[in-house]
Ligand binder design. Structure first.
Ligand code: ZN
Length: 174
């Protein structure tokens, strides 16, 4: 089987450790582990690395390191745009904008949204996502890698199967 993305094993122990640190509120340890993962991303990082970037940004933001946070956020968005993951880019962007505004970083939030809008194609070119009218119920974290699952930021393979943003494991939704 081919490797679905750039992590060196099907589920990287480093990814699990980063997610566990994030879930337990140890933002600095989480940030360092996510950044270690990013060093393995290579010149053309897969879409999972976008969420590693965004999570590294959230971890740095929670640790009060806003400049580093913003750099991670911007890179994460660029990776999503490079993979035409526009729905994910839009919804992740909205969440991060709120995270920035909550910390009084209104100017950064505005610059960030401008980046999203400049990356967005015309509405007609945005691929439709398979999301049913009724919001699916998801576990709060991925049972495989421990990453946070956010329903609007998932990539859907079909109407019943989404992928974990971090490890791409299929998540069967009833
Ligand atoms: Zn996962």
């Amino acid at each position: 089987m081919h490797r679905m993305f750039g992590f060196s094993s099907p589920i990287s122990p480093l990814l699990k450790r980063a997610n566990a640190c994030m879930a337990s509120g140890d933002c600095l340890a989480a940030a360092k582990a996510y950044e270690e993962l990013l060093e393995q991303s290579g010149p053309q990082p897969g879409p999972q690395f976008a969420f590693v970037c965004l999570q590294a940004g959230s971890a740095r933001l929670q640790a009060g390191q806003s400049a580093q946070a913003v750099n991670h956020f911007r890179r994460g968005l660029d990776i999503l745009a490079a993979h035409s993951r526009y729905a994910q880019m839009y919804h992740s962007g909205q969440r991060i904008k709120t995270e920035l505004e909550k910390r009084g970083m209104v100017r950064e939030a505005r610059v960030f949204m401008a980046q999203i809008h400049s990356n967005m194609p015309a509405a007609a070119e945005i691929p439709t996502q398979h999301v049913s009218e009724q919001l699916p119920t998801l576990p709060p974290i991925c049972p495989i890698c421990g990453g946070f699952l956010r329903v609007f930021e998932l990539h859907w393979r079909n109407a019943h199967t989404a992928e974990c943003s971090f490890c791409a494991s299929p998540l069967e939704i009833a």
